[in-house]
Write a protein that binds this ligand. Structure first.
Ligand SMILES: Cc1ncc(COP(=O)(O)OP(=O)(O)O)c(N)n1
Ligand SMILES: Cc1nc(C(=O)O)sc1CCOP(=O)(O)O
Length: 498
């Protein structure tokens, strides 16, 4: 299975239970809004064609919420719509055969009512178990005995740890009792408690907040990767305008990278049109690589205009420590620029943080001084200016002043082309433009897509060095934008504890 799955609240659908004043798809959408973490389309009487049509409609919803879609029983339907997985019962296709057909990228769950069934499903390579029925249910005629809380405990105690959900007769109160009295349950799977609820969103919110007391849910790192996938899709669908005032060396690459992720670049340095652009702008990227007197004035005006309109401002202090002029300008933009994100290389950020940074021209000289020094530099600077700070290098560090995350992605060839750091600033501009509710995660997402793209580009057989790498990098940015879920396979994000 590719994406880390959150099993906490697993909706199994039943179209016959939808209240009169609601619709089937409307009920699923409300459940997604309420926080369900997994959806299984379970249709016992639909013919293949209508089942596939319905699966596409449900998938359009689950994809909006970045929640995996599982198909009950029907492997053909799962294949037809490229669903995320299937759930199979004891009388359905054998688990091993299902795996042969679906491969290891798909999630396969197996229903288990006994210890022997669970052991067999694990031996066969199931991704998760559906353990039940815990209690009687009017949703389905049960053929086997109910387990009760003790039966679930006995079953879990007898098998190695594996993701699992419990199912059958589960509502808010008995679900709480079950989670309170068991260990190792990963989630609750519910049909009527959600599908028949007069307010499905509220029902899910209540269930999820109860579940979160017992089931931690995905880690921060998994959350970030999930966010990055969603954020990438949003850049493409939102296609924000991103205004750049960048340096003349990399301007073309910045514009192409912006286009590759689905955003729209405008590279104007004219003060006269700053206000008009700001009115329709998604984000402002200011890069002082080839700073002139007139450009510096235009940058100040652009920062002010965009700040007034609430647009994120990304500042790349290229060569911050290199000359007296750059040192003065860097400080000026930090003090009055109303920045959202400061994105620099190691030398630039360490210099700003007064933690030892050096530049030769616009390039970094020397290392980070160790992870503790690097993490402290981004955290302290973020705290001092109340902004997000990102420091790119062999390892990238990002902080909002409270937390620090490290990104261990990125191929060494990035350092062999000009402007790879400036490209990161452009892409952070694209990501913050349409992912404004969480600038920390949006910044990490922007860095992730570039660094993962660099790894994919470097591993291509047609890449032989910096020249071919540069073109391949743009291609791979474009490819990830069209298939953002691959970030889940490649992303290496971790929280740094100071
Ligand atoms: C999460 C989950 N657990 C168990 C089941 C039951 O599946 P199955 O045994 O195949 O019975 P039907 O759903 O086909 O009636 C499930 N669907 N989901
Ligand atoms: C679909 C299903 N499978 C079960 C099993 O025991 O394998 S119980 C069940 C129905 C659960 O519905 P509700 O949440 O409405 O009780």
């Amino acid at each position: 299975m590719v994406v880390p799955v959150d099993y906490s609240l697993y909706l199994v659908t039943d179209s016959s239970l939808v209240p009169e004043n609601a619709t089937f798809l409307g009920q699923i959408e409300k459940a997604l809004e309420g926080g369900v973490t997994l959806v299984q389309l379970r249709e016992k009487d639909l013919d293949t064609g209508p089942f596939i049509d319905l699966a596409y409609k449900v998938q359009a919803l689950t994809r909006q919420f970045n929640v995996p879609l599982i198909i009950n029983d029907r492997i053909d339907v799962a294949l037809a719509v490229n669903a995320d997985g299937v759930h199979i019962g004891q009388d359905d296709m054998p688990m091993r055969r299902a795996r042969q057909i679906l491969g290891h990228d798909k999630i396969i769950g197996v229903s288990c009512n006994t210890i022997a069934e669970a052991q067999q499903a694990i031996a066969d390579g199931a991704d998760y178990l559906g353990i039940g029925a815990v209690w009687d249910t009017s949703t389905k005629k049960l053929k086997k005995k109910t387990l009760g809380i003790q039966g679930v405990k006995d079953l879990l105690a007898a098998i190695p740890p594996i993701p699992n959900v419990v199912i059958g007769g589960i509502k808010l109160n008995n679900g709480k009792e079950l989670l309170e009295n068991t260990q190792g349950v990963h989630g609750l799977s519910i049909v009527s408690g959600i599908m028949a609820a007069p307010d499905a969103k509220q029902a899910c919110q209540d269930l999820l907040s109860m579940i979160r007391h017992y089931v931690p849910g995905p880690s921060k790192e998994q959350d970030i990767v999930k966010y990055a996938i969603k954020a990438t899709a949003r850049v493409k669908s939102g296609s924000p305008l991103v205004h750049h005032m960048t340096n003349t060396v990399v301007i073309n690459d910045n514009a192409n990278a912006t286009l590759a992720v689905g955003a729209s670049p405008i590279m104007s340095t004219n003060t006269e049109e700053v206000d008009d652009i700001a009115a329709i702008n998604g984000a402002m990227v200011v890069n002082m690589g080839t700073l002139s007197q007139s450009m510096s004035e235009a940058m100040s005006t652009a920062m002010e205009s965009n700040t007034k309109l609430g647009n994120p401002v990304i500042f790349d202090p290229v060569g911050a420590a290199a000359t007296e002029y750059r040192r003065v300008m860097t400080q000026k933009y930090l003090d009055v620029g109303h920045l959202t994100v400061l994105k620099g290389n190691t030398g630039e950020i360490l210099y700003i943080a007064q933690r030892g940074g050096q530049s030769r021209g616009v390039d970094t000289v020397g290392g980070t001084g160790g992870e503790a020094n690097a993490a402290a530099a981004v955290k302290e600077t973020a705290q001092k200016y109340g902004i997000i700070v990102a420091m790119t290098g062999e390892i990238d560090y990002v902080s909002d002043g409270e937390r620090v995350f490290a990104i261990d992605n990125g191929d060494a060839l990035l350092a062999s082309i000009t402007g790879s750091g400036c490209m990161v600033s452009s892409i952070v501009g694209c990501f913050t433009a349409v992912n404004r509710e969480n600038y920390l995660y949006a910044t990490i997402a922007g860095i992730l897509i570039v660094t993962v793209a660099s790894e994919k580009a470097a591993s291509r057989p047609d890449v032989h060095g910096p020249g071919t790498f540069r073109s391949a990098l743009i291609d791979e940015l474009y490819n990830i934008t069209n298939e953002p879920s691959i970030l889940a396979t490649y992303a290496k994000v971790r929280e740094v504890k100071l």
